[in-house]
Design a protein around this ligand. Structure first.
Ligand code: F6R
Length: 614
């Protein structure tokens, strides 16, 4: 999703703005640009450079035609309104106003219509309209600050904005409604960024704007206003922890680094949710979820998008089996518009790595407005969802930079399994002995992931074969069915090979017609109580010519050795944690297939890391 960075100070900003954009690359984008207010011979002017494609293109452009000043804004654009062209790239200018914007102005066509007599529009973007509105208000006699706040009142939609105005030197304006906006406090300089990562080398003191807030920044200070224009103090968060997590280290891609981090990241997750010393899961109170009592909860409603939704689907099995707690899973974009029947004792939990995904956030707000208790299982604790939900449940996976989610997925699963055990124990469905054994299984997760990572070489070889396929199927039963969905998603999003995940028993109700000689079918089947049934489905596709890759354990491999030409043998793990461990194999398979095909693994085409539009 688009990224913003801005600096108001007393030293040249262009190089640092471009560095900031590089730290935002992980969000996904298709063009980039920078604008500064230049002073020449006592005269100021607003100048910009923009380029389609990667930030190196912008860098080249700035090298050829340098710009610099002490006040500037920059942006990476992920196209929504208007094609991917240099003209549509931000910053946009209108008169004296330069603007960068994330999100969508929903009423931009009517606003544009209202200005069309007096203004000429150079782009098809919603953003340019806002610049014209500010400029128009200044022409009518307002100051820059008045024009900015006056314009904000007319905008409908979700946006984060940064504005500089020629002739209003030394001031930068910013606002947030929907997408996050962070303000960094510096020494003789201040900054705006679409997240703290963008500002990580500039400032460790961050103010997160609340919904509807706007602010005026100068080199010496920051004044925040609420939606009603009242000056307001917002808390300064001191960012701790190493932003080294946002570096690739020796790994070829962030995605590979993040796959390899999973022994550690799942351990971090566990540290929060279990008391390993006493072989117990933490109670709601110990987890800081004061007021939550799983005994009073009648239904859990999990709401998420993409990979996070697949983690939620796995958790449905856990909540129902371990805690006898009915559990619905909804894809967030469908949830609120289907006007779900909500019952009072439902606990709604949004699952979101970023905590900013627009659909999930809207669903969370819908639940809150309708009186449900709400929680969010989240990686970014400073995110909007974490701040708005009644209960924030961290996964502690550290910054996830690769667009394809990996370590967040296994940490989501680990946290959800722990919570399902907490619920089961509180509700009397898990006694002390069962709890001890389940917690022991949880504590083995990091080690089992480590062992599974040793399959990397063998999986890489299989990936070479998979990379020639036009299309592939993933099959699984029970908790491994959502894992099949996730396997297919990982493969298609980074290798661009068409892939479908299916419940193993469902294939014969239609999709089996697509199986022909050599079609790759990845079957996820540890030797659990559903193993034989899944193996029957494996045979159904094998006899029709499928090229089967079976992901199982040693016992399963022995049983099926003559049925599948390729077998990935995972370590022996408990049935309950198997989806977390088996997730590593599907991540590696997708990763190596994509590397073999030479795609942009960390920033796959058309995708964005944090989807802050509906
Ligand atoms: C896929 C992927 C996406 C996200 C989805 C939700 O690899 O990363 O499907 O899972 O966009 O994002 P969050 O979890 O940030 O709400």
């Amino acid at each position: 999703m688009c990224g913003i960075i801005g600096i108001v100070g007393s030293k040249p900003v262009a190089g640092r703005l471009i560095d900031g954009l590089k730290r935002l690359e992980y969000r996904g984008y298709d063009s980039a640009g920078i604008a500064v207010i230049e002073e020449t011979d006592g005269l100021s002017s607003l100048v910009r450079r923009r380029a389609k494609g990667k930030i190196v293109n912008l860098e080249e452009r700035v090298k050829l035609e340098p710009v610099d000043g002490v006040l500037g804004i920059a942006h990476t654009r992920w196209a929504t309104h208007g094609a991917v062209t240099e003209t549509n790239a931000h910053p946009h200018f209108a008169g004296r106003v330069g603007i960068v914007h994330n999100g969508i102005i929903e009423n931009f066509t009517e606003l544009r219509e209202a200005l069309k007599e007096t203004r000429t529009f150079n782009t098809q973007t919603d953003t340019e309209v806002v610049a014209h509105m500010i400029d128009e208000a200044m022409r009518a006699g307002m100051s820059g600050q008045e024009a900015f706040s006056h314009t904000l009142k007319q905008l409908r939609g979700a946006f984060a904005i940064g504005v500089v105005i020629d002739g209003v030197e030394g001031q930068m304006f910013t606002a947030r409604k929907g997408p996050p906006l962070a303000i960094g406090i510096g020494d003789g300089e201040n900054y705006i960024g679409s997240d703290a990562i963008a500002l990580s080398t500039l400032s460790k003191k961050i103010i997160y704007l609340e919904e509807g807030d706007w602010a005026v920044l100068t080199a010496d200070g920051v004044q925040v206003y609420d939606a009603d224009d009242n000056p307001i103090e917002r808390e300064i968060t001191h960012i701790t922890g190493s932003m080294a997590a946002a570096e690739k280290g020796n790994y070829r891609h962030f995605m590979l680094k993040e796959i390899y981090e999973q022994p550690e990241t799942t351990a971090h997750t566990l540290t929060h949710y279990i008391d390993a010393f006493n072989h117990k899961v933490k109670t709601e109170d110990e987890l800081g979820l004061k007021g939550l009592d799983f005994n009073r909860v009648e239904r859990v409603s999990l709401i998420a998008c993409g990979t996070a939704a697949y983690a939620a689907y796995v958790a449905k099995y856990w909540f129902e089996q371990l805690a006898s707690l009915p559990c619905d899973v909804d894809v967030a974009s469908e949830f609120r518009y289907r006007k779900p029947a909500l019952s009072g004792n439902t606990l709604a939990i949004a699952v979101s790595q970023s905590g900013e995904t627009a659909d999930t956030l809207a669903a969370l707000r819908y639940c809150k407005q309708n009186g449900l208790q709400t929680g969010v299982l989240v990686n970014v604790l400073s995110s909007t969802m974490a701040r708005e939900a009644d209960y924030a449940m961290p996964i502690n996976a550290g910054p996830e930079i690769g667009v394809a989610s990996t370590k967040a997925f296994t940490s989501q699963l680990t946290a959800l399994l722990s919570l399902a055990i907490t619920a089961g124990a509180q509700r009397g469905f898990i006694d002390a002995e069962a709890e001890k054994s389940l917690v022991e299984s949880l504590t083995h997760i990091p080690r089992h992931i480590n062992e599974t990572l040793k399959l990397d070489g063998a999986i890489e070889e299989l990936a070479q074969k998979l990379s020639t396929a036009k299309s592939a199927f993933y099959l699984g039963r029970g908790v491994h069915y959502p894992l099949a969905l996730e396997g297919a998603l990982k493969l298609k999003e980074i290798s661009y090979i068409h892939a479908e995940g299916y419940a193993a028993g469902e294939l014969k109700h239609g999709p089996i017609a697509l199986i022909e000689e050599g079609t790759p079918v990845i079957v996820i089947a540890p030797s659990d109580e559903l193993f034989e049934k899944t193996i029957s489905n494996l045979q159904e596709v094998a006899t029709r010519g499928a090229n089967v890759i079976l992901i199982t354990d040693a016992k399963g491999a022995k049983y099926a050795k003559d049925m599948a030409p390729h077998i990935i043998t995972c370590p022996d793990v408990s049935d309950i944690t198997a989806p977390i461990i088996y997730a590593i194999t599907i991540q590696l398979l997708a990763y190596h297939t994509a590397v073999h095909l030479g795609t942009d693994v960390d920033q796959p085409r058309n995708l964005a890391k944090s989807v802050t539009v509906e």
